[in-house]
Ligand binder design. Structure first.
Ligand SMILES: NC(=O)c1ccc[n+]([C@@H]2O[C@H](COP(=O)([O-])OP(=O)(O)OC[C@H]3O[C@@H](n4cnc5c(N)ncnc54)[C@H](O)[C@@H]3O)[C@@H](O)[C@H]2O)c1
Length: 257
């Protein structure tokens, strides 16, 4: 028997090759979870898996695009085949192209909605029947402070992240009595590849950091592990009466004017 706050729970994590997904995968492995790690970047995903196995953790990997039904189906099938069922889904993979409404092409809009929002709908459709067989489960969806407060230039991203809040609440109220909880997290600025890319687009971290300091009262970016502790609470039985909520893990971003 494994030990920890997620001992023997079977957990799917998407976007596990990098950033918040990787940090959460490592923390969850330390807390005794059996993991199915999902990403489109196989090489980096195997890097996460290797770190977990070196620490004695148990995980499987699935390489695929989360915006496709066949990926969601393969992921849930893997959980059932390899570990006998499913307890937790962390829908976390996402992309953040920058463009305002006139600059955002229809193709970019569709891609962002598909990867950030539709992927969660598809994964939940596959996962919920398996959770019902176990008498319950916990779903955590990664939204963003940008679902609550935004700035020019993030049309599709903001819309996708706000949509996640609605989807989360609808699943929560539909399945509350059946033991399935569904919550979202809204991270603020986090030190991941996503923001390294943004810094590059802006001409370097020297340009991005003043924005972060102005928007996030904490005065720095969070680490992926600091975000993962919030996800751990929502995944574990400690949060048994928390459903339909959004946990802002944002260094004070959404409290500030
Ligand atoms: N970094 C931040 O400041 C921040 C803030 C708020 C919310 N978020 C959200 O957190 C989540 C994780 O982002 P991150 O910062 O760790 O970024 P990241 O770029 O480090 O990680 C995202 C991962 O998702 C994977 N991915 C992207 N599209 C995919 C697809 N179609 N299929 C499968 N995998 C795919 C990428 O390969 C990558 O490994 C995203 O949903 C993002 O919107 C990030």
């Amino acid at each position: 028997m494994r030990k920890g706050r997620l001992a023997n729970k079977v957990v799917i994590i998407t976007g596990a090759a990098s950033g918040i997904g990787k940090g959460t995968a490592i923390l969850f492995a330390e807390e005794g979870a059996n993991l199915i790690l999902v990403d489109r970047d196989m090489e980096k995903l195997e890097g996460t898996a290797e770190e977990i196995r070196l620490k004695g953790g148990d995980c499987r990997t699935v390489c695929g695009d989360v915006s496709l039904t066949r990926t969601a189906a393969e992921v849930v099938e893997t959980a059932v085949r390899e570990f006998g069922g499913l307890d937790v889904v962390f829908n976390n993979a996402g992309i953040m192209p920058t463009a305002d409404i006139l600059g955002c092409t229809e193709e970019t809009w569709d891609q962002v909605i598909d990867v950030n929002l539709k992927s969660m709908f598809l994964m939940c459709k596959q996962a919920i029947p398996e959770m019902l067989k176990r008498g319950g489960g916990s779903i955590i969806n990664t939204s963003s402070v940008m679902a609550h407060l935004t700035e020019p230039g993030y049309t599709a991203y903001t819309a996708s992240k706000a949509g996640i809040l609605g989807l989360t609440k609808e699943i929560a109220v539909t399945y509350a009595e059946k033991g399935i909880r569904c919550n979202s997290i809204s991270p603020g600025w986090v030190d991941t590849d996503m923001n390294m890319k943004l810094a590059e687009e802006m001409g370097g971290m020297d340009k991005l950091y003043p924005v972060i300091k102005a928007q996030q009262p904490l005065g720095r970016m969070a680490t992926s592990r600091e975000i993962a502790y919030g996800v751990l609470f929502l995944a574990s039985d400690e949060s048994v009466v928390v459903t339909g909520s959004c946990l802002n893990i944002d260094g004070g971003c959404t409290a500030a004017i």
